[in-house]
Design a protein around this ligand. Structure first.
Ligand code: XIL
Length: 382
């Protein structure tokens, strides 16, 4: 579906690229060579969607089906939803979304198998017993700062203890059960979500604390063995721009790749806002740090919050279009960028609320300038 009606345009851009090659026998080569013009590619475009909206809102359904190639269930595949009781799985909601995708020829991104959030209570509030069999009081730990934390303020998570072997068994069982259930239907998985802390070390999730740093490798190996055809990703936020967190993720990816751990790609969530988004060159450089390791990259959760303070700011839609356009052009220019996904598509159904006006369509499903900016970066009809 991507690429329809785009051949002429791709041709023109390709022709320009040829002319942009500097002549060979110049006496004085230009100081800065012209940047190569990237030919347009049919990069698949996706969105997170919610089952409730798919069920109840025809405008939502129709807009999604018309404009997007793939879907990511926004919450329905998270562990708290799928395994609300230990060992008892409830696939009903996710199954409905997967059937919706299959009926309509859309790809499904699986989000997510192993994450420090959206966990079932039985896992978070797992009692440790001491030698006498008494339950020890829970330890209260701060949760990670995250995009929600930035907006709502940090919450706290109750964490008690797990024996490494027990939690490892829980993790592997969860991965195997879920991936088996969706084998063939869910073709890409965020196997591990948000493993990095802001400083570049591993985030102190329940998995990291009670299994140890090798939980990531164990999760990836289990995932590959369960469904060898699925593409396996590590996905994180605030790693689009240089800094200790990006360095840490690059280090982690390199260690995994060099030790032969199965990993296919890195998801850049790209939750951002109009006053702090990454420009095209920065994002391209970030992507190349991973593609150099032989990995794919994807934009997996993009949204661009417009100023919550000054909602009347006249240029907010233009700045938002710049932010989306920069990311889409970077993805288009890097051959290994295999999908561009936004975290929802309409402000009517957005985890940031309609006020943030962060998505490509407004609350009435009217396209914003940002939508045109994304489309013009890819070889797709507009
Ligand atoms: C968010 C959902 O959009 C919300 O509906 C839910 O309440 C909390 O989680 N990074 C991720 C996503 O990887 O899973 C998060 O999704 C947004 C931040």
């Amino acid at each position: 579906m991507g690429g329809r009606g785009s051949a002429g345009r791709t041709g023109i851009v390709a022709a320009l690229a040829v002319f942009a090659v500097p002549a060979v026998a110049q006496a004085q080569p230009p100081a800065a060579p012209l940047a190569p013009v990237a030919a347009l590619r049919a990069v698949p475009q996706g969105s997170a969607i919610r089952l409730a909206a798919v069920r109840n809102d025809a405008g939502y359904r129709d807009t999604f089906l018309r404009e997007f190639d793939s879907l990511t269930p926004e919450n329905e595949l998270k562990m708290g939803e799928l395994q609300p009781h230990r060992g008892r799985f409830d696939f009903a909601a996710a199954d409905e979304l997967v059937r919706f995708a299959r009926r309509n020829g859309k790809t499904v991104r699986g989000h997510t198998l192993v994450w420090g959030q959206a966990l079932p209570l039985w896992l978070i509030d797992h009692g440790v017993t001491d030698k006498l069999g008494l339950r020890l009081p829970p330890i209260v730990l701060p949760t990670l700062p995250n995009p929600i934390g930035k907006i709502l303020g940090d919450t706290t998570t109750l964490l008690t203890g797990w024996r490494r072997d027990d939690l490892l068994a829980v993790m592997k069982h969860h991965i195997r059960t879920v991936m088996r259930h969706y084998a063939g239907d869910v073709t890409e998985w965020d196997v591990v979500n948000e493993p990095m802390a802001a400083g570049g070390g591993l985030a102190p999730t329940v998995w990291q604390r009670f299994i140890g740093p090798d939980y990531i490798e164990q999760a990836l190996r289990t995932a590959r063995a369960t469904d060898p055809r699925a593409k396996l990703f590590i996905n994180d936020f605030d790693v689009e721009v240089p800094g200790p967190k990006l360095d840490g993720l690059v280090r982690l990816a390199r260690d995994l790749v060099t030790s032969g751990v199965p990993l296919d790609g890195i998801g850049l969530q790209a939750h951002t806002h109009i006053d702090g988004f990454a420009d095209e060159a920065t994002l391209t450089r970030t992507m190349r740090r991973f593609t150099r390791l032989g990995l794919e990259v994807q934009i997996t959760e993009m949204d661009v919050a417009t100023s919550l303070v000054d909602v009347a700011r006249p240029d907010r839609r233009q700045r938002q279009a710049l932010a989306y356009g920069a990311a889409a052009r970077a993805c288009n220019a890097v051959r290994e960028c295999t999908r561009f996904t936004t975290w929802g598509f309409t402000d009517a159904v957005s985890w940031l609320g309609a006020g943030a006006s962060a998505l490509l369509f407004d609350t009435k499903y009217r396209a914003k300038p940002a939508f045109a900016a994304v489309r013009s970066a890819f070889a797709r009809r507009q």
